[in-house]
Design a protein around this ligand. Structure first.
Ligand code: 2DT
Ligand code: MG
Length: 196
């Protein structure tokens, strides 16, 4: 049987990396994190995120993030076809939401374009947390995009881009006030209810 592809999306500090790791262990699966900063394109992305003097056009950055996913696509497909479950920490929706947040007039179809053909998640969680609670979670880091005002825009864009009404593979999960364990329980119950 083909492995399941489960994606966790959310803002910085929403707990998605923690949950992705826990779910990967529970499902005895592989964890993929995007951006993957270890690849050739990932190194450029890392420089862009950490060096404020390193400028790239919005379009180039968008295409690089997508190319970074394509660097891993063959490996991803192989694992899935061998029956290994894969949990992902960010993917296509982050790509679209962050680019759209930089320029709301951007054509969403253009943003989707470079990712067309990548393996599609069987289930996508979007973890929502109020901005208030996000603020209490250790504060923002120093990387590009880690500013409250921008995160607010990203949140709006995620909710616009995740077509929850028409796409049954998407689950928006409110994790406000939940502990790590309570969040895992909530995600796990959804996975079970869907028979994944
Ligand atoms: P992490 O904080 O998760 O390392 O991400 N991003 C991510 C994009 O702008 N486009 C993408 O396609 C992806 C996957 C989100 C680093 C930053 O990169 C952003 C935050
Ligand atoms: Mg981050």
């Amino acid at each position: 049987m083909r492995g399941r592809l489960i994606l966790i999306e959310g803002l910085d500090r929403s707990g998605k990396s923690t949950q992705a790791e826990i779910l990967a262990n529970r499902l005895n699966g592989q964890l993929f994190k995007f951006p993957d900063r270890s690849t050739p394109i990932g190194e450029i992305i890392n420089k862009f995120l950490t060096d404020p003097t390193f400028e790239l056009s919005d379009e180039s950055v968008h295409l690089l993030f997508s190319a970074n996913r394509w660097e891993k696509a063959a490996q991803l497909n192989k694992l899935l076809s061998e029956g290994t479950h894969v949990i992902m920490d960010r993917y296509v929706y982050s790509g679209i939401a962050y680019s759209l947040a930089k320029d709301k007039s951007r054509d969403v179809e253009w943003l989707y374009g470079p990712d067309v053909g990548l393996p599609k998640p069987d289930l996508t969680f979007f973890l929502t947390v109020s901005m208030e609670e996000l603020g209490t979670r250790k504060g923002w880091g120093e990387e590009r995009y880690e500013k409250e005002q921008f995160q607010l825009k990203v949140k709006e864009c995620f909710l616009k881009v995740l077509r929850v009404d028409t796409d049954p593979t998407i689950e928006i999960v409110d994790v406000n006030g939940l502990s790590i364990d309570e969040t895992t329980l909530k995600l796990w119950s959804i996975i079970e209810a869907r028979g994944l």
